[in-house]
Design a protein around this ligand. Structure first.
Ligand code: TMP
Length: 201
């Protein structure tokens, strides 16, 4: 069963290999004839990509300000990229999405997770994914290229990791051990995507 019009999100701590897996999974699916739109957050459309550098350059924003900017970019991302791709029958895979706001602005920055969810759904443009894949790591890998980790420290990294685990249990996200080999991870994700597509039809 070829997955069509389905929305998949990869979530995880910095350095968990989301972007690498997004590339691998996208390439493999395309080889199988699946039409895939690969995207990311913050970003994924002109407006949100412009905000991305602004947001990521901030050392410390008020948690609500951060949540609202993330939410505003998500509305435009959904309206101009995700919804049109799904309407064309494509599969959409996003490197981060609402789950990141629930964890970073909610669990870690101390805003109630339900409030973050509600804030994001104030706009009817924002949709829930069909599948959320959490790439889970026990501890940080090398930190040399992890700017956020370097900036915010180890306690922050672990708070994010714990937040993801808690929400994955709560919302039934698909958890993958990101310590596994690249190929095993890709295979597990592809397997789950096809399984989901089968159960949707
Ligand atoms: P990345 O694109 O390198 O993964 O980094 C994006 C950063 O933005 C990462 O530290 C997580 C953060 N972020 C949030 O805090 N909330 C969000 O809603 C999103 C999408 C990202």
């Amino acid at each position: 069963m070829i997955p069509r019009s389905s929305f998949v999100v990869f979530e995880g701590v910095d350095g968990s290999g989301k972007s690498t897996q997004l590339e691998r999974v996208t390439q493999l699916l395309r080889k199988e004839g699946v039409l895939v739109t690969a995207t990311r957050e913050p970003g994924g459309c002109g407006f949100a990509e412009s905000l991305r550098s602004l947001i990521l350059d901030q050392d410390e924003l008020d948690p609500w300000a951060e949540a609202m900017v993330m939410g505003a970019s998500r509305i435009e991302h959904c309206r101009t990229t995700i919804r049109p791709a799904l309407a064309r029958g494509e599969m959409v895979i996003s490197d981060r999405y609402l789950g990141s706001s629930l964890v970073y602005q909610g669990m870690v920055n101390g805003i109630d997770v339900e409030e973050i969810y509600r804030l994001n759904h104030l706009s009817a443009e924002v949709i829930d994914p069909d599948l959320v894949v959490l790439l889970d790591l026990e501890s940080p890998r090398k930190i040399s290229d992890q700017s956020t980790f370097e900036k915010r420290g180890e306690a922050f990294w672990f708070a994010v990791r714990d937040g993801y685990r808690e929400l994955a249990e709560r919302f039934g996200w698909f958890i993958i051990d990101a310590e596994m080999g690249l190929e095993d991870i890709t295979e597990a994700i592809i397997g789950r995507i096809f399984e989901k597509a089968g159960s949707k039809s």
